[in-house]
Design a protein around this ligand. Structure first.
Ligand code: ZN
Length: 195
């Protein structure tokens, strides 16, 4: 522990100095290696190391007024052409598509498939080694990006309902969300939409 630094458990108590707090927020959001994370991810990242009273709110406000984030939102709010089969999402990690590459040789850790999750807005993809279906979703995507509004599957309905069931169970037991998820079909892809 450094002398002169106030700690709250293993988090640094950030003094009530505007410039310091702004610097921390900026480092986490829009400095060279930051990718303009949404407020949920940003807060989870920051709370590993920092604490101050009202930090969560400060993060939300910082993201809400970020110029770049607002421009991304505005660009994608323009009406989509008639041929657009699915509406373009407004926010990063609001809508994701997922698929599995299955039937691979099993690794030492027991993984035999790769779970591919793509954000529809930024096309950023995660490739997650997996053995069970919903588990990596909880640990990776929710931690990084929060809970998306919509998940689009390119698989059959049996797969979807199985995944849906596991996801639902995991959310209930691990995160305790009260949100209800209802599977819906648009005829082309299977979707899960929270309503
Ligand atoms: Zn931003």
């Amino acid at each position: 522990m450094n002398r002169g630094t106030l700690w709250y458990k293993n988090r640094i108590c950030v003094p009530n100095v505007d410039s310091i707090r702004k610097l921390i927020l900026s480092e986490a959001h829009d400095m060279a290696y930051s990718i303009h994370p949404g407020s949920t991810k940003m807060y989870y990242d920051l709370k590993e190391r920092f604490w101050w009273y009202g930090m969560k709110r400060a993060v939300a406000e910082y993201v809400a007024i970020c110029d770049t984030c607002q421009r991304v939102k505005a660009e994608h709010q323009r009406p989509a052409g008639l041929l657009q089969p699915l509406k373009v999402p407004e926010w990063k990690w609001e809508e994701i598509t997922m698929d599995f590459i299955v039937g691979l040789p099993r690794t030492q850790k027991g993984y035999n498939s790769i779970w591919v999750v793509v954000d529809r807005l930024t096309k950023v993809a995660h490739f997650i080694p997996s053995a069970k279906l919903a588990e990596p979703y909880i640990s990776v995507i929710v931690r990084l990006h929060g809970v998306p509004k919509r998940i689009i599957f390119d698989r059959g309905s049996r797969f979807t309902s199985r995944f849906w069931e596991r996801l639902h169970n995991s959310l209930d037991t691990k995160l305790g969300f009260g949100t209800a998820y209802h599977p819906r079909t648009d005829g082309r892809t299977k979707e899960l939409i929270d309503t």
